[in-house]
Design a protein. Structure first.
Length: 154
């Protein structure tokens, strides 16, 4: 009978390669997001979170979404989204309006000024990601990463 002082074993431990891959992925994610945030702030006065809001809006019809849906997509709390949208609206990059179909909800819409600011920031974003993630990789490597991280839906 095991003593109460003994610790349970790790369940299904990672192999060395699995652990190194996971640790490397986490480090890479942190490195890229920190550097993206730094460069976007320095060059465009636009934190990565605000960039995430703008890039999300440009991909949807009418460039408009419910704030709660934007928050879900960019992985931020509702209160964090409220603060981000308030700042973006203050800068004229988005408009915040009440949803006429659901008076409890608010819509956020990308403005033409927001599109122009996003396009400039995308230059920095794309260059940074290419430098930190794709440099040293060939076309086949990038295609393999795409298949691993974003497999086609069945």
């Amino acid at each position: 009978m095991p003593s109460e002082r003994s610790e349970p074993p790790e369940p299904a431990p990672f192999t060395d390669d699995e652990f190194r891959a996971w640790r490397g992925f986490l480090r890479l994610h942190r490195t890229i997001t920190d550097e993206l945030n730094r460069r976007l702030l320095a060059e465009h006065d636009l934190p990565l979170l605000h960039y995430g809001v703008l890039i999300t809006l440009i991909t949807v019809p009418e460039r408009r979404m419910r704030m709660t849906d934007v928050a879900e997509r960019v992985l931020v709390s509702p209160s964090g989204m409220t603060r981000a949208v308030a700042k973006l609206a203050g800068d004229g990059l988005v408009e915040r309006t009440q949803d006429t179909d659901d008076r409890r909800s608010f819509l956020v819409t990308l403005t033409p000024r927001g599109v122009r600011r996003l396009r400039k920031a995308q230059e920095t974003h794309h260059a940074c990601v290419r430098e930190l993630l794709f440099s040293g990789l060939g076309t086949k490597d990038v295609r393999r990463l795409a298949a691993l991280f974003d497999p086609p839906a069945d």
